[in-house]
Design a protein. Structure first.
Length: 342
C-alpha cells in the first residue's frame, strides 16, 4: 500500500522563512543599487566650466541613474551647498584650493566620519588636508592633471567604479597636448594640423577653399572648458569668410612655428590673432620667426580688471597695469592694432 508523506510543519516553515529571507536580500540589494550616490567636486574655479560640461555629459548616460554630482568652484557657499558636502559619498578635493577645503572643514570631517571617501587630487596632500580625511589618489589625480571635460567625466566614472558601480566602464586619462590645435565645436585637442583641419571642415559647407586665420590662445582655456570667447571668434570670422586655426602652447617662440608654419616653412594662415601673445616674449627669439611667418599679427584683448561697460565709460581706457602687459608686452611680439574682444 502506497502512503503519501504528509509535509512536516517545521519543514514548511523553514522553506517559507528561506523564501522570505531571499526576497528581503534581493530587496535590500535593489535598494542599495537604487540609492542615490552623491559626489562633490571641490576642484576650484580653473576647471569649473569643464566640470559642469562633464556633469552634463554624465547625466546623458543611462547607466548613471541616481547619481548626483556638484562642483564647487569658490568659497561662497549656501547652507544647501554645505549639507550636500556633509552628505556626500565621494568627495574629490583639489588641494591647490586650500581656502575652499578649509572653509568646508566641518562638513568634510562629518562626511569622513560617516564613511565617505575623500580623495585628494593635488600633487601632494599636506597634513592639514590629511587631518580632514583626504588621502591622495594617484589614479584620480591623473585625470585632473590631463584636464578637460572628457577627463573630468572619466574621473567621476572611475570614482564611482571604485566604490559604488564596479561594472561601470571607465576609460584611461587622455592627456591634453602641451602644443596643439583646438576645435571649440567638438572641444577636442589635436597634435597634427591635418587631423584638426579634417574635423574642423567636416561640418562646414564650401569651406575647403577659404583662407585660414590663426588664433593663438592659452592652453588653460581649452583644458578648463572656458571656450566661449573662442566660439565667438570662430563664428565671427566664419561669417567673414574665413576658416579659423586655433593653436595653443608655451613659450611662443616654440609654439608659433609648430602651429602656424607648415613642413616647408610656409605660413598656414593669412593673419594671426594673438589672444595670449603677451607673456614671456623674447624679441631676439621671436623676430626671425615673425619674419618667416610674414603675416599681420593682431592684438586681441580680453579684459581682466574691468568689465566692458567700465572700459567703455573710462576716460583713460584700459587700466594702467593692463596697458603694460596687454599692449606693451604684446608689441614686443609684433602684435599691433590692439582690439577689445571680450
Amino acid at each position: 500500500m502506497c502512503q503519501t508523506r504528509r509535509p512536516n510543519p517545521n519543514e514548511r516553515a523553514v522553506k517559507c522563512f528561506t523564501s522570505l529571507l531571499l526576497w528581503v536580500v534581493c530587496l535590500v540589494a535593489a535598494a542599495a543599487n537604487a540609492a542615490e550616490v552623491r559626489i562633490a567636486l571641490l576642484i576650484g574655479d580653473a576647471q569649473s566650466a569643464a566640470a559642469i560640461g562633464a556633469i552634463t555629459e554624465l547625466r546623458r548616460d543611462p547607466a548613471l541613474t541616481n547619481i548626483s554630482v556638484r562642483v564647487y568652484p569658490r568659497i561662497e557657499l549656501t547652507d544647501n551647498d554645505r549639507q550636500f558636502v556633509r552628505e556626500s559619498d565621494i568627495i574629490v578635493g583639489f588641494t591647490r584650493y586650500g581656502a575652499l577645503l578649509r572653509e568646508l572643514a566641518p562638513e568634510l570631517r562629518a562626511a569622513s566620519e560617516r564613511g565617505a571617501w575623500l580623495a585628494g587630487v593635488g600633487t601632494t596632500t599636506d597634513q592639514e588636508y590629511a587631518d580632514l580625511g583626504f588621502k591622495r589618489d594617484a589614479e584620480l589625480a591623473a585625470y585632473l592633471e590631463a584636464g578637460g571635460q572628457a577627463n573630468l567625466a572619466q574621473l567621476v566614472r572611475a570614482a564611482l567604479a571604485r566604490r559604488h558601480r564596479p561594472d561601470l566602464k571607465v576609460l584611461p586619462p587622455s592627456p591634453f597636448p602641451e602644443f596643439g590645435f583646438f576645435d571649440p565645436a567638438s572641444r577636442r585637442g589635436f597634435v597634427q594640423f591635418d587631423d584638426y583641419a579634417r574635423t574642423y571642415l567636416t561640418t562646414k559647407t564650401n569651406a575647403t577653399a577659404r583662407p585660414w586665420v590663426g588664433v593663438y590662445f592659452s592652453r588653460d582655456n581649452a583644458t578648463s572648458g572656458q571656450t566661449e570667447l573662442l566660439s565667438a571668434l570662430d563664428a565671427a570670422l566664419q561669417a567673414r569668410g574665413f576658416n579659423v586655426l586655433f593653436g595653443f602652447g608655451y613659450p611662443s617662440d616654440v609654439a608659433l612655428p609648430k602651429l602656424f608654419l607648415d613642413a616647408n616653412g610656409d605660413a598656414r594662415v593669412e593673419a594671426l590673432v594673438g589672444l595670449t601673445l603677451k607673456i614671456g616674449n623674447v624679441p631676439d627669439k621671436l623676430a626671425p620667426l615673425l619674419t618667416k611667418l610674414d603675416v599681420p599679427i593682431l592684438n586681441a584683448i580680453a579684459l581682466n580688471s574691468q568689465s566692458r561697460n567700465e572700459w567703455e565709460r573710462s576716460a583713460s581706457g584700459l587700466e594702467f597695469i593692463e596697458r603694460s602687459w596687454q599692449i606693451g608686452a604684446a608689441e614686443l611680439a609684433g602684435a599691433v592694432a590692439p582690439t577689445i574682444v571680450a
